[in-house]
Design a protein around this ligand. Sequence first.
Ligand code: HEC
Ligand code: HEC
Length: 197
Amino acid sequence: MTFLVTQLRRFRVPALWLGISLLLSGPVVAQSVAERIQLCQACHGQDGNSLIPNIPSLAGQPEFFLLNQLVLIREGVRPIAAMQEVVKGLKDADIQAIAAHFAGLPAKAGDEKTDPALVTQGAELAPGLECISCHKPDLTGQQQMPRLARQRLDYLIMALKSFRDGTRSGADPLMVGAVLGRSDAELIALAHYAASK
Ligand code: HEC
Ligand code: HEC
């Protein structure tokens, strides 16, 4: 398993996808996947768009991002106390099916208000900090890099601070590097910009 996690961190290995696909099997999996998805919906929203503060939306995330994070969460590399029970015993095949499910749902804008002045400030900061070269200019994400567009504003702020402060366990070092030394005000502006997209 450690091997798989290591490979997942090196997302550029295309053979990984093939390897995981080959591990997939069986109708029993489909049953348990449906049950698991119901559990996920309680926190992440019926349609994958979260209505709960500080819980991220999963709808429209790149499939590989979801798969990668779910492996990290299951393995305790990114421990999430609230999710400990629901990821217990998840097979790789389950994770792939769950990732595909949420990746396929449309991301909807939430009801949190963004501040136009902060949106502008964030938009000016983002290119210099390389945010858009990894998360894409429209911030919809790619590969192991998450969609930021239409993500919950409160979650974006919390996540950005946790990367900067080194409190997000298992965080990608390049992501940490992108926000290292940034002020709260700058991170909040970046979050408003991202949530507004
Ligand atoms: C009891 C509430 C709860 C349940 C149930 C739950 N989650 Fe979560 N999940 C969270 C919280 C809270 C976070 C964010 C933790 C953090 O970043 O500090 C999270 C984060 C995630 C992330 C990381 C997303 C990101 O943008 O970084 C993924 C992926 C995820 N959950 C998938 C799932 C799946 C799939 C299920 C069902 C098998 C599930 N969750 C069930 C509360 C829950
Ligand atoms: C070198 C590529 C790279 C750069 C540059 C980068 N990111 Fe990221 N970002 C990532 C990756 C990869 C992740 C997934 C987190 C992980 O794997 O630990 C991520 C995660 C995030 C998250 C967490 C979202 C979630 O749903 O969990 C936010 C918010 C974020 N980035 C915002 C930004 C902002 C704002 C910038 C510019 C200041 C930026 N990123 C620059 C690669 C990058």
